[in-house]
Design a protein around this ligand. Structure first.
Ligand code: NDP
Length: 441
């Protein structure tokens, strides 16, 4: 911890896993003897680099690029690229660390990594985004490869950015390989990849509710964010008969008490993906809805004060704090299913666990995204495109597997129904055993 003392997000993510696996360490002293924990928390490699690019005014701008190659014991490094001004080494180490265990839970041969830049795509022209992506890849290409490290999207990196990044990689290497996932359907992408994290999250929530003989139909649901994961979560919830009432972005949230249906969702997709507008514009189209501006200086987020049974945080880390958690509990929520990576603070998570509500940690609940990325890698390797139905069926099977694995691990360690503990233990044991087999490297 002393080496990483300023890396708050990373220390939080490590603390989450290490407190959960304490009983495993007691039962298996070989993990301690072989320094598994000490090795797990130290990235195998950290790459940082300068990303110079020219804006539309002809001015040279410089951002910082990163790739954290965290652990490759069970497969090539795999994890997102995030472009957002808040990006720093701590955030990317936390995302990479999460990916190590999340990817292990998918049962696919995927190691863990993450990367990105403090570049802000919002407000930039397509030309500026393209020049930035090309410069970013002009360095990253030498560190990645279909058998080495396979990045994918995350906040600020969608199909447009993956396209520019892939184009530059292909030019530099003169190779057409599955080096990135989330590619366009006409050039190596997989059906269902854009929807996978959100769909998987909803499949997981449905499984959790089923353990209490309940379902999503008719449930009022709060969603934060309005990007890739939020949109797909909303789509699947609507298909399953749930009543989605919120979306947000960094400027605030909208509340639509009549419910966001398929037509309104199409409006949001066009607004965010094509026009690249703000969520506040929802009320220009649907005047009965209410927009509440974000007030980050306030101790709690008004989004989490609406009445609902199910909660799907799909924006960013630490977006539900202790006060938000109490508001949700006082409104009698039944379930929190994390679409975003680590969206609940430690205190909020402990409140949910103490109150016995169904709580799914992100490394289990949003693993569908990386799982379908793994399926995209397989399709690229065999040079075949599976039908959407086939990919979706595989996603459902993988999410059921993760759900059941978490429950079984929690049960084995006398904490039945604790998905948080179960996910951490099951992911840890898989990676730790692979590291034991491969010696001290
Ligand atoms: P997008 O960039 O598509 O959307 C992110 C959304 O979150 C936007 O609405 C954005 O608003 C909002 N947001 C971002 N940062 C903040 C902030 N600091 N405060 C408030 N709102 C914010 O990203 P994704 O949907 O891809 O990713 C969202 C989350 O899901 C992340 O935690 C990511 O790690 C996780 N995830 C993503 C996967 C994927 O396949 N893409 C897979 C698994 C997990 P604004 O536009 O105003 O910035």
């Amino acid at each position: 911890q002393s080496r990483d003392y300023q890396e708050n997000e990373f220390i939080q993510a490590v603390g989450d896993v290490m407190t959960s696996v304490a009983p495993v360490m007691e039962k298996a002293p070989e993990y301690r003897r072989h320094g598994i924990v000490e090795r797990l928390v130290e990235p195998e490699r950290i790459i940082t680099f300068r990303v110079p690019w020219m804006d539309d005014m002809g001015r040279v701008r410089v951002n910082r690029g990163f790739r954290i190659e965290m652990n490759s014991a069970i497969g090539p490094y795999k994890g997102g690229l995030r472009f957002h001004p808040s990006v720093n080494q701590s955030i990317l180490k936390f995302l990479a660390f999460e990916h190590v265990f999340k990817n292990a839970l998918t049962t696919l041969p995927l190691g863990g990594g993450a990367g990105g830049s403090d570049f802000e795509p919002k407000g930039k022209s397509d030309g500026e985004v393209m020049r930035f992506c090309q410069s970013f890849m002009a360095e990253l290409f030498r560190h990645i490869g279909a058998n080495t490290d396979v990045p994918e999207g995350d906040i600020g990196v969608g199909s447009r950015e993956i396209g520019y990044l892939f184009g530059m990689y292909r030019k530099l290497r003169n190779q057409f390989t599955g080096v990135l996932t989330g590619k366009g359907l006409g050039w190596g992408g997989s059906l269902i990849r854009p929807e996978a994290a959100g769909f998987g999250c909803v499949y997981f929530a449905a499984r959790m509710l089923a353990t209490r003989s309940d379902g999503l139909s008719g449930k009022t649901c709060l969603i934060s964010g309005s990007g890739n994961v939020a949109q797909a979560t909303a789509r699947k919830l609507i298909e399953m008969g749930a009543h989605v009432v919120t979306f947000s972005d960094s400027s605030g949230h909208i509340f639509d008490d009549q419910g966001i249906d398929a037509e309104k969702l199409e409006f949001v997709k066009h607004l965010k993906n094509v026009r690249r507008g703000r969520i506040s514009e929802y009320i220009d189209q649907y005047a009965h809805a209410v927009f509440t501006p974000a007030a980050p200086e306030q101790p709690s987020n008004p989004l989490w004060q609406h009445r609902a049974q199910c909660v799907f945080p799909c924006a960013t880390q630490n977006e539900i704090n202790k006060q938000d958690a109490y508001h949700l509990i006082n409104n009698n929520i039944k379930l929190v299913c994390e679409g975003a990576s680590m969206p609940c603070t430690l205190e909020a998570r402990d409140i949910f666990l103490d109150k016995g509500i169904l709580y799914a940690p992100s490394k289990a609940a949003n693993a569908g995204g990386v799982a379908v990325s793994g399926l995209e890698m397989t399709q690229n390797r065999i040079r075949l495109n599976w039908l959407g139905e086939e990919v979706d069926n595989r996603l459902k099977i993988i999410m059921k597997g993760i759900h059941d694995t978490c429950l079984a691990a929690a049960e084995a360690y006398d904490r039945p129904g604790n998905y948080f503990l179960g996910a951490n233990i099951a992911g840890f044991v898989k990676v730790a055993d692979a590291m034991l087999d491969q010696g001290v490297i």
